[in-house]
Design a protein around this ligand. Structure first.
Ligand code: TXA
Ligand code: MG
Length: 354
């Protein structure tokens, strides 16, 4: 049975955090809020506890976990060889939504690292996460606290939807802020590469590092052009229950026209059509029998990131047969949003590029 305890997100109650720390030290699983999404934590030094994460989530064993520390100063204890740019990145972005993939990490069991010879680490920017890691007294391995393949959780309710009965404890600190996961930056090779866009933008990183490459699996789909899609993009992730088709393109009126034409066709065939739109475009779809979810303002990607996963889960509750999702410009946090929508679409992308 999973306990769910409310916790003050700004000033977490000490007694409660101590209890949760004990659960982690005893090999239990604790879901907790971070500034990005809820994480599912286990003692990163305890192979058996970490193995339970994969069972609870139904996660493929070869997908490595992020190790969460409560201070950048602890990096030296677990990483043998720290690249020279790390102190500056840590000073600028930690605590915060940036994960660094570094060579080494042999202190951690292969369940954490996938046996890759590298490890992803970050210092999360949320008082509950930091207090919990400190109370546990060990590094905390934590993927997002969703069932594998589902949209990541941004509330304790989302966590319970997927994991109730499978984990010991959920700390309910209310909705998370950023709404999409941390940026994963690979520093294990000759040049820095963004493996997953997230809360820290490419532009932010380039202010420190100069030009930063983006793994082709990320922006192969996210640009406005019709570039070839990487095989990784075929793998469905972050997906609601109904199939999702993504409509992408530089001109949002044309994209909306494409969505409307397909919505009409599907509705004529008797399907219940869900549409993921933005506050600018939602009026185009209203009053025609479609189930419209408004996912923030497309002109302000932070507002979209904040509600994206809840919007996708909302379609489950509304019971639609199919979802047509409008894309957005890939600037700033828009790159992370588009990456998640591509994944949710599992390759079902219509590019409208005229
Ligand atoms: O914001 C976040 O990062 C959240 C919160 C809970 O911290 N965590 C999260 O974890 O999103 P997860 O497991 O859902 O995603 C971790 C990503 C995966 O894409 C994984 O493949 C990648 O990071 N990753 C972890 N360690 C890696 C490594 N050593 N090399 C390459 N990729 C790695
Ligand atoms: Mg995840």
């Amino acid at each position: 049975n999973t306990r769910c305890l409310p916790v003050d997100p700004a000033h977490p109650e000490t007694g409660l955090i101590q209890q949760a720390g004990v659960v982690l030290r005893q090999g239990g699983l604790v879901a907790f809020p971070t500034e990005t999404v809820y994480g599912l934590g286990a003692n990163a030094l305890d192979a058996r506890a970490v193995a339970r994460i994969f069972v609870a989530k139904g996660r493929p064993r070869d997908n490595p976990l992020i190790v969460h520390l409560d201070s950048p100063g602890l990096l030296g204890r677990y990483i043998e060889e720290i690249p020279s740019v790390v102190p500056e990145l840590a000073a600028r972005f930690w605590p915060g939504p940036l994960t660094l993939v570094l060579r080494g990490g042999h202190a951690f069991p292969p369940e954490v690292t996938g046996g890759l010879g590298t490890v992803g680490v970050r210092v999360p920017g949320h008082p509950v996460a930091l207090a919990l890691i400190r109370a546990a007294g060990v590094p905390v391995a934590a993927p997002s606290a969703n069932a594998s393949g589902r949209p990541s959780p941004t509330t304790a309710g989302h966590v319970l939807e997927d994991l109730a009965g499978k984990i010991e404890l959920v700390l309910d600190g209310g909705p998370t802020g950023v709404g999409v996961e941390s940026t994963v930056l690979d520093l294990s090779g000759p040049r820095p590469v963004i493996l997953r866009p997230g809360g820290v933008t490419r532009r932010d990183l380039e202010e420190v590092l100069g030009p930063v490459a983006v793994d082709p699996a990320v922006d192969g789909g996210a640009g406005p052009g019709d570039r070839p899609r990487s095989p990784g993009m075929k793998y469905t992730h972050y997906a609601p229950r109904a199939p999702l088709v993504l409509y992408a393109g530089p001109d949002h009126r044309q994209v909306a026209a494409g969505v409307l034409a397909e919505a009409r066709r599907l509705a004529a065939g008797g399907r219940k059509v869900g549409i993921l739109a933005y506050s600018e475009t939602a009026p185009l779809y209203h009053g025609q029998g479609y189930t419209v979810v408004v996912a923030g303002k497309r002109s302000d990607p932070g507002t979209v990131a904040a509600v994206l996963y809840d919007s996708l889960r909302r379609f489950d509750r509304l019971g639609v047969d199919v979802i047509l999702a409008e894309g957005m410009p890939p600037g700033g946090l828009g790159l992370a949003v588009m990456n998640r929508l591509y994944r949710a679409a599992g390759g079902h992308v219509v590019t409208i590029n005229r």
